[in-house]
Design a protein around this ligand. Sequence first.
Ligand SMILES: O=C(O)CCC(=O)C(=O)O
Ligand SMILES: [Fe+2]
Length: 276
Amino acid sequence: MNKVRAQAVDHIKEHGYFIMRKALDEALCDDILAEIRRLDDLKIPRSLDNNFHGHLTTRYYDVLNYGDVWQRVATHKSILPIVRDILGEDCLLNTFGTSIIGPGETAQSIHVDDGPFIAARNSSLRHRPHLYEGGPRQSIVLNTMIALCDFTEEIGATRLVPDSNKMPYPRPQDSDAWMAKSIPALMNKGDVLFFEGQCYHAGGANRTTQKRFAVTVDYCAGYLRTQENFMLSIGQNKAAHFDDDLKQLIGYRISKGGLGHVYNHEPQGLMKLVAI
Ligand SMILES: O=C(O)CCC(=O)C(=O)O
Ligand SMILES: [Fe+2]
């Protein structure tokens, strides 16, 4: 394992986050920025325009259906090996889109990103609450925030609370108090922030006149139902031309323990038929 990868894994496990410097080269960042401008020009409808995600923040989702450049992001060699070290070889893409915080946007409230899974599990176990209360949570979600511009405090760098990955459920209640304990993830264009799903964090307020450009690629353990349903949103004809890692990330693989088979076979066999 190379040094940065080992250092990243240790720091994530211990403190809940890691900033990798110069993870993506300038050319790839510029290709993604050009693609974002193309989507802006196409007037792709914005999603998640709400009080939590913000009214001045552009979230493009299901981006794998757009330009080919998106196929080079989730499987990037600086990112995927670390994600697999934390979540397991059979991890899945959970959500994948932009987080472009516009000028004047206010800070998000402090939250966790594994909340939907905890809520789903607790709902299934609602008659047996002793099975889920208390104790630190396992890492089942790992999020990455790719800086496509310099992240300063003023432009709305993601805020996070170091070591909050070890906090027990329930999720953070008093956002202002946790905000006071948070630090900004200061980054340069091309750096990547990794943070665990149980780590307390929030998008920062943008007090500049520039947009804060970022892509967020969120992964989860292979035994979970993913927040975005890539198997439906990305047609088989499109996915058949993805590389093996990307196919596996969107669900074309059997998990450890045998979840997700097709006619009791690896789904990739089915993909070969479709690609003909
Ligand atoms: O864009 C950011 O800095 C964070 C966004 C975030 O945490 C979220 O929407 O869940
Ligand atoms: Fe979040």
